[in-house]
Write a protein that binds this ligand. Structure first.
Ligand SMILES: Cc1cc2nc3c(=O)[nH]c(=O)nc-3n(C[C@H](O)[C@H](O)[C@H](O)COP(=O)(O)O)c2cc1C
Length: 270
């Protein structure tokens, strides 16, 4: 069976595709996967695979693609987290079949995407992603972009994750190995502009997640909450693979937070 931890470790955004159309089996497998996809945050996410020529879709940063995966969600409850969680699950599934993706919030022809997806009044399409087979070499533009946003770098573990309070960085032996590994999967997740807004405080069997907000809300909502949803998908997949179960719940422990850091959700292990 495919190890999702390995898939998460291998994952990199793909902006340069080899020009092939999706194979029928891959397209169908992805369609089936997203049509059955649920998330723990109670807001359904609706996916469509869109043919770029048919809908006049484009992105100035993508080359060699033919198909996009797009999704919309109603603006209710924890919709940004639900969206990020579900969209990342779909991207990781694509990767298990050799397809690359990259979430695009800003560098895409948003009007044509929203029209193709029939985004309604109270709905939003936070991101869409090309889906295709990665080219052997990245385009020069992609290489420059990656360098510009330091896409290969991540903040150190102990600056993201804490023990008991935000005072003390989490040491690698201060939690069960499965929890440390799952948090490492959060650390390597993708995020808008690679801002890495995930923070977590480990307290026994509870892991409290926070958002360190550095970007302003837009008409898309809080895009960094989409990042949080992505991280929560990585966290849960990793724990599951290590045989640990539990659930997400809202249970703010009241730990003192700094100005831009906000409590989001708690994962409680069984
Ligand atoms: C919510 C979200 C929005 C993003 N929007 C864009 C975008 O508009 N254009 C783009 O080229 N990359 C976009 N990205 C990709 C990030 O820049 C990329 O994930 C990050 O730099 C880390 O690189 P990696 O995915 O290769 O690890 C987005 C990623 C996320 C999660």
């Amino acid at each position: 069976m495919t190890s999702m931890k390995e898939i998460m470790k291998q994952r990199k955004s793909v902006r340069t595709y080899d020009g092939r159309e999706l194979a029928q089996q891959d397209r169908q497998a992805l369609e089936e996967y997203v049509s059955a996809l649920t998330n723990p945050f109670g807001v359904p996410v609706h996916f469509s695979l869109l043919d770029m020529e048919r809908y006049n879709l484009s992105s100035p940063v993508i080359v060699g693609e033919h198909t996009y995966l797009a999704a919309k969600v109603a603006r209710e409850g924890q919709y940004e987290i639900a969206f990020g969680y579900a969209f990342e699950m779909a991207c990781l599934f694509a990767l298990t079949r050799g397809m690359g993706t990259v979430m695009l919030a800003s560098t895409l022809s948003r009007d044509t995407f929203e029209k193709a997806l029939e985004v309604g009044e109270n709905e939003v399409m936070p991101v869409a992603s090309p889906v295709g087979y990665p080219a052997e070499k990245r385009s020069i533009r992609e290489k420059m972009m990656r360098k510009g946003i330091k896409a290969d770098e991540r903040l150190p573990f102990e600056k993201l994750f804490f023990e008991g309070t935000f005072e003390k960085g989490l040491a690698p032996d201060a939690a069960a190995p499965a929890v440390i590994e799952a948090l490492e999967m959060v650390r390597i997740a993708p995020s808008a502009a690679n801002k890495q807004p995930w923070r977590a405080v480990v307290d026994g069997k509870k892991i409290h997640f926070y958002e360190a907000k550095t970007m302003k809300d837009s008409q898309l909502g809080d895009i960094q909450m989409v990042d949080i949803g992505i991280g929560l998908a990585h966290f849960e997949l990793s724990l599951k693979e290590d045989g640990v179960s539990g659930a997400y719940c809202i249970a703010d422990p009241g730990i003192e937070e700094s100005d831009n850091v906000k409590y989001v959700v708690t994962y409680e292990m069984e």
